[in-house]
Design a protein around this ligand. Structure first.
Ligand code: ATP
Length: 369
């Protein structure tokens, strides 16, 4: 079993900086978990504590049910792949991959078996006799992965391993890492600041901000049910649109009102708003770009959720079109059908899908519904 359990872990650096606060997480055996968040949120520090490269100030860390707070990195049965995967330039790919095992005095035949097996998995068998300078960026990254694989660790720790690759290769390597995870059947803990990378690879994602976990969930749940304003804005591209609104009650219905616009909140969502006394209060309304519609049929179907917008820019992307809009002074982005006839300068009607409206508490920034 290679589960990794972090129990109430905190890290305070020597200068007094609290990098990670009360971090609680159960990573299951064979899981692909991604830690994501903006620069400085404590992702790398968390990974380095798991690796044993950084002392844990408070809390307990278990790898495979063993308390490892005081266990040296080399005895933790983990392998780490970094952003800067320095390969030894004077060694061949084979020697680079074998190096760590040689240091551990692994028998020659065993080294040979493991290097060849890793090379087969990574599809770099034909490169084993080359030196790093004769490799492409993607091939070098694969060798770096190979060096980790030959150690047959129970847990892989990866810190932005794709960030030095160009955009196209990064996308390709994402799929390769997902396949590698399936083939190896090992626990992966992966750090990135890129939400798309997190969404495409993680079976579960940990969103962090300022050293605190904001939400731990599957990619789809994070997208559909963000726990707070930060997660809602961080996950998804283009990001969710936000508008400050006041919830008003009129003729038995509740509306989110801003300027001279009113959007009716569906009946089914009212109970929570009434129970928690939000009527009459200011809240933040969130709506994803794909939940804004400019098609007439949709607009006609939800007459209580239509606003007037000015089209600032139309971005044609082929499979979809992005409309950059101004709605009563608010900038919004709509992801619409490429057959949309909206043009820059137009004043158009835009409908909000009432069932896809998110509301957030303005003070706590937590999700209301
Ligand atoms: P990035 O994406 O930029 O790598 P991160 O989320 O990985 O960021 P960390 O590197 O874990 O963030 O840093 C978390 C916080 O701890 C930051 O405020 C950082 O400045 C601070 N920090 C990191 N390393 C040290 C250190 N050795 N000494 C003091 N403070 C540190």
């Amino acid at each position: 079993m290679a589960s990794v359990v972090l129990k109430d872990i905190s890290k305070v650096y020597a200068g007094g900086v609290t990098a990670v606060s009360h971090f609680n997480l159960d990573i299951e055996d064979k899981e692909f978990i991604v830690l994501v968040g903006p620069s400085g949120c404590g992702k790398t520090t968390t990974l380095r504590m798991i690796a044993g490269l950084e002392e844990i100030t408070e809390g307990e860390l278990y790898i495979g049910e063993r308390l490892v707070n005081d266990v040296a990195p080399k005895d933790r049965d983990i392998a780490m792949v970094f952003q800067n995967y320095a390969l030894y330039p004077h060694m061949t790919v084979y020697e680079n991959m074998a190096f760590g095992l040689k240091l551990r005095k692994t028998p020659k035949a065993e080294i040979d078996r493991r290097v060849k097996e890793a090379a087969r998995i990574l599809d770099i068998e034909h490169l084993l006799n080359r030196k790093p300078k004769a490799l492409s960026g993607g091939q070098r990254q694969r060798v770096a992965l190979g060096r980790a694989i030959v150690r047959e660790p129970r847990v892989f720790l990866m810190d932005e391993p794709l960030s030095n690759l160009d955009a196209k290769l990064r996308v390709q390597m994402r799929t390769e890492l997902t396949k590698l995870h399936q083939r190896l059947g090992t626990t992966f803990v992966y750090v990135t600041h890129d939400q798309t990378e997190a969404m495409t690879m993680g079976s579960r994602i940990v969103v962090m901000k300022d050293g605190f976990i904001q939400q731990v969930d599957s990619p789809q749940n994070l997208y559909d049910y963000p726990a707070n304003l930060f997660v809602a804005g961080f996950i998804g591209s283009p990001e969710m649109n936000f508008i400050d609104v006041t919830l008003i009650s009129e003729g038995g219905a509740v509306y989110a009102a801003f300027n001279d616009h009113k959007v009716r909140i569906p009946e089914g969502k009212l109970k929570k708003l009434i129970d928690d006394s939000y009527i009459g209060k200011e809240v933040v309304l969130g709506i994803r770009p794909e939940d804004l519609h400019d098609e007439e049929v949709f607009i006609d179907s939800v007459p209580d959720a239509v606003v007037t917008a000015t089209v600032d820019v139309v971005e044609l992307l082929g499979a979809e079109t992005l409309l950059y809009l101004t709605v009563a002074g608010n900038n919004m982005i709509a992801r619409v059908d490429p057959r949309s006839t909206a043009r820059a300068g137009d004043t158009i009607k835009i409908a909000l899908d009432p069932n896809r409206i998110h509301l957030f508490d303005k003070e706590t920034e937590k999700t209301i519904l």
